[in-house]
Design a protein around this ligand. Sequence first.
Ligand SMILES: Cc1cc2nc3c(=O)[nH]c(=O)nc-3n(C[C@H](O)[C@H](O)[C@H](O)COP(=O)(O)OP(=O)(O)OC[C@H]3O[C@@H](n4cnc5c(N)ncnc54)[C@H](O)[C@@H]3O)c2cc1C
Ligand SMILES: Cc1ncc(C[n+]2csc(CCOP(=O)(O)OP(=O)(O)O)c2C)c(N)n1
Ligand SMILES: [Mg+2]
Length: 576
Amino acid sequence: MARTVAETLVQTLVDAGVRRVYGIVGDSLNPVTDAIRRSGTVDWIHVRHEEAAAFAAAADAELTGQLAVCAGSCGPGNLHLINGLYDAHRNLAPVLALAAHIPSSEIGTEYFQETHPDRLFRECSHYCELVSHPQQFPRVLQMAMQQAVSRRGVSVIVLPGDVAAMDAPAHSFAHGPFLAAPVVRPADGELARLADLLNTARTVTMFCGTGCAGAERQVVALAEKLKAPVGYSFRGKEWMEHDNPYAVGMTGLLGWGSAYEAMHRCDVLLLLGTDFPYDTFLPTSPRIVQVDVRAERLGRRSKLDLGLCGDVGDTIDALLPLVEAKGDRGFLDAMRERHDRARQKLRAYVDHVGTRRPIHPEYVAATLDELASPAAVFTVDTGMCAVWGARYVHAARGRRFLGSFNHGSMANALPQAIGAQAAYPGRQVISLSGDGGLAMLMGELLTLRQHDLPVKVVCFNNHTLGMVELEMEVAGFPHYGCELKNPNFATLAEAVGITGVRVEDPADVRAGLERVLACKGPALLDVVTDPHVLAMPPKATIAQAKGFALAMTKMAFAGELDDVTDTVMSNWRLRP
Ligand SMILES: Cc1cc2nc3c(=O)[nH]c(=O)nc-3n(C[C@H](O)[C@H](O)[C@H](O)COP(=O)(O)OP(=O)(O)OC[C@H]3O[C@@H](n4cnc5c(N)ncnc54)[C@H](O)[C@@H]3O)c2cc1C
Ligand SMILES: Cc1ncc(C[n+]2csc(CCOP(=O)(O)OP(=O)(O)O)c2C)c(N)n1
Ligand SMILES: [Mg+2]
């Protein structure tokens, strides 16, 4: 019997290993959801906002490394996917989005719910095509899957409901996507130039991004030979922070440790698998080399003395025999000592504020770090949760960190946790949610209950859009529009059938976390935190300091900021 386009779609996805589709049903999508229902193999993960479907699919894809799928009905249904799809695309997560479309005969008539998804999603996808004839479908599907997987990012298939219900061609060749894994390294001459740069430099610092995933062994071997401190981006943290005797922390506004200094004081800076976006934190004096498997990204963040196209692991494998082992550990040891001091300061700060009321979020994050499983998946909301996650939650082998790292959207953590938990039902998944972020996609608490996803939500309830409040202070603006009049989120969680625990006293933080983490099902910890904690970068500019001073004239810190190298300046307020 002939298969419909929708049935062909679902069977091909099953053959490609897809087991979940995230979305919301509706009209034009019905042939597809019905084929999913009849497949018996694919779970339909029913979310409450399509944006969450896209975030969840992206998290699923990032964790499993496999193609993940989300879907929305025509017009507003699929339009809601867009923010999550931007996020997926920019995080290089292989996601296929099914944008169901109005009847093909109505396209272009300003029909009910008409949008043009093939135009709308172009910017947040590698491949975005309208299927206007069933004959076209199998190859469009093949191309969409292949591009999402091989170029890593989003593909969108725009599928009118009537076309989805038509018979597909009898002979088609849509097969699963090919996960090609070629060896990619620079040419011999380029490697020789790199080796020469490294061999003639007195001091080298390496800065590693998420492109180092899977190449940790090689990175450490190269650092050992070069006696090089290794800094890492937020996305690189999960791979480079643990089991790495050369680690010196992160740079950027969230930075800590001695990465900033190591990157500025070295002779040669080697950027590996990173597209770290904050160019003002990148140095200009050292010679800089970048290795990225996407050659088109070379040199777009900093000046480069050498730009090389290669996979980090393959490149280091080929480079190592050409590199002379350095004997002088002076620079490395100095940076490591500084890093250790920064780590101790973070710890001392947590101990110092651990009993203070209102509760300090750093204490919550550090306690969570202690109590969470070594294999936990943490999702961090854009906002101050990103700071607490970066600084106080340690990466350990097996732990994963997801965030809206490159797109920087709020409300990412809860839907990402949904995708993580759906992909790994037995794993501990913890969402570090801001109160603003949680409220933005709060309907997804219902998804936790509906699908019995045992996600643990830790809500940092500071009653404000805290990161923006801080931004305003730094820029010299008085706070405006940040205040949040929140409900008791624990009561709210209970009302939707989720265990809810509220903590207002620091003495209850540990027990609250323990209780929530021990829950079999979904649970939410509502921690009322201090809205006034300050998190400063490892290197504050004079302009930032001035703005800060303007907004907070009571603070007497003049003179201190020319050389701010303390990792956590949140204790300014506590200083005499
Ligand atoms: C509120 C907020 C604050 C933030 N603050 C900071 C901060 O202070 N510090 C910080 O570091 N980050 C911060 N981030 C995250 C930051 O915005 C970037 O997402 C992050 O720094 C990028 O990390 P990356 O370079 O590792 O990843 P990406 O930007 O994704 O770049 C990875 C690069 O690796 C390449 N690649 C992939 N695989 C390979 C391979 N096998 N071999 C070679 N190359 C490969 C890719 O082509 C890509 O160019 C923040 C995010 C948020 C939401
Ligand atoms: C969708 C979206 N809207 C607005 C912003 C701007 N923004 C960035 S962080 C932030 C505040 C987040 O507040 P909350 O979730 O309460 O976290 P907090 O910083 O207070 O911990 C805002 C408004 C954004 N990044 N994304
Ligand atoms: Mg907040």
